[in-house]
Each structure stands twice: as structure tokens, then as C-alpha cells.
Design a protein around this ligand. Sequence first.
Ligand SMILES: NC(=O)c1ccc[n+]([C@@H]2O[C@H](COP(=O)([O-])OP(=O)(O)OC[C@H]3O[C@@H](n4cnc5c(N)ncnc54)[C@H](O)[C@@H]3O)[C@@H](O)[C@H]2O)c1
Length: 266
Amino acid sequence: MSGGRLAGRTAVVVGGGHQGEGPGGVTGIGFATATTFARHGARVAVVDRDADSARRTVQAITDAGGQALALVADATDDDQVRAAVDTALGAFGRIDVVHTNVGVTSLGSVEDITIEDWRTSFALNLDTVFLAAKHTLPHLAARGGSLVAMSSVASIRSTGYPYPGYAAAKAAVNQLTRSIAIEYAGRGVRANAILAGLIDTPLVYRQLADGSAGATRADRAARSPTGAMGTAQDVADAALFLASDESRYITGVLLPVDGGLHVRAG
Ligand SMILES: NC(=O)c1ccc[n+]([C@@H]2O[C@H](COP(=O)([O-])OP(=O)(O)OC[C@H]3O[C@@H](n4cnc5c(N)ncnc54)[C@H](O)[C@@H]3O)[C@@H](O)[C@H]2O)c1
């Protein structure tokens, strides 16, 4: 699409693959963000460790008339991220927007989780943001660009789930994002994080389900101040705003997309 809010831009979505729909046709945030960026005119490099997932997102974009490239890389691996960024740059000539989407939860108290669980939380939730930023910032700084990091309301308050490694790693994502924001503010790069609340995505049913999909959905809806979970599209629309020039004077922000969950005590 030409003339959209990201027309002429290139976006890299790390963890942008489509693992398949969850119950009721729900999709992931990476898929929703990549397809939304493309609908608004961006050429999109979809980076995912799973080739089929990356291809599914790219297929959805090209079927709709957009331009996209599937890149297989483990976002926790320095060399693989550097290579993916180089390939995206070679294909599209510029990088304007980076959305870091990879994340994983690990349920259990501090006593329950293992050191491996803890390290996995930090590798997937935090290292992936560090490496994506490290390898794209020189290109973002070349023209003025936007980094959007996926964080969680769990980084600032309890969401009711016991996942200390996830909460701690997402808190670190927030401060990494703010560090980048202030360090690069004078070089035209903006960095913001989205604190997603209770969002209806396939990840929920894979990692947080306690019982049937219907019971999980009802439980999460009841925990949401609005009485309903958010959708991946709600998050993608916020990411589009933070990626586009409409937010050109906004940097270092931790934006809750959570139906008010961050306001509620307890
Ligand atoms: N769903 C929610 O309620 C919720 C709430 C708060 C925050 N979030 C955050 O939103 C983000 C996205 O969630 P989602 O539901 O779209 O997840 P998802 O599982 O649908 O998508 C994540 C993608 O990342 C890919 N991936 C995983 N590990 C990777 C690696 N090492 N290298 C490259 N790719 C890798 C997966 O293959 C998948 O395609 C996560 O960071 C999550 O913590 C989600």
C-alpha cells in the first residue's frame, strides 16, 4: 500500500511469525503488528526462529499486496541477529522501525522455577531486545527511526500470575528502552515500550492456560477492568502509532495497552 502512515519505510519485526490461530481465530501480537505495518505502507522483514511461522506472516502480507521478507534467526543469538539485519538492509536498503516481540512466561514462584527457567526468561524477553537494538540502532540513527519494545504490565505490577522471571526481565526491558531513548534522543531515534495487559493471543493458551480455553478466556476477561481481554490488533495499533511520525515527539514512554489494568491495585 502506498501513501500509508509508514509509506516508504522498512520495518523489522523480531518474533513476527504466525504460529497459527488460537481458539476463536486469535492471532499473535507479532503477526498483527507486521501485517498492520505492511497495510500502512511499510516493507516488513519478519524475523522468527521458526521458518514456517515467518513464512505464514509474509504470505499474509504479500496476499494483501504488501512487501515482506521472511528471515529465520534465533533472536537470542548475536551472529544470527546481525545476519538477519544485514539481509533486511540488503533487501530493502534502509531500516526505519524495529518492533521486538519475542517473549516467554515461566509460571512458578522463585522457589519453584529453576535457574534455567530464569535464564530463559532473560534470554528471550531481554537479550532479544538488546540484540535487535544493538544491530539496528546504527541504521535507525542514519535517518531517524523508531524502536518499539514489547513489554508487559507485569513489569510494573502484579497481573495475578506468578512469573517472577518474566516480570523482572520485562522490567529490565523498560529500563533498557528508556536508556536507549535518552542516549539516542539527539540522533533522531525514538524508543518506547508497550506494556501489554491481558491480551487474547495464542501464547495465552500455550503458556498460561489452566483448564479449557473457554475457562482461561473467562478468567482473563474477569481480571480485566473492562471485562474483556484486549486483542493483538489493539497492541498493533499502538505499535503503529509509536512507529509512525504521529508520535515524533514521544520517546522513553512505557505505554500501557491494557484497558486500565495498570491502574487497578491488588
Ligand atoms: N498475550 C499477552 O497477554 C501478553 C501480555 C503482555 C505482554 N505480552 C508480550 O507480547 C509479546 C508477543 O506475544 P505474542 O502473543 O505475539 O507471542 P507469540 O508467541 O504469538 O509470538 C512470538 C513469536 O516469537 C517467536 N520466537 C520465540 N522465540 C524466538 C527466538 N528465540 N528467536 C526468534 N523468534 C522467536 C515465536 O516463534 C513466535 O512466532 C511477548 O513479548 C509477550 O511477552 C503478551
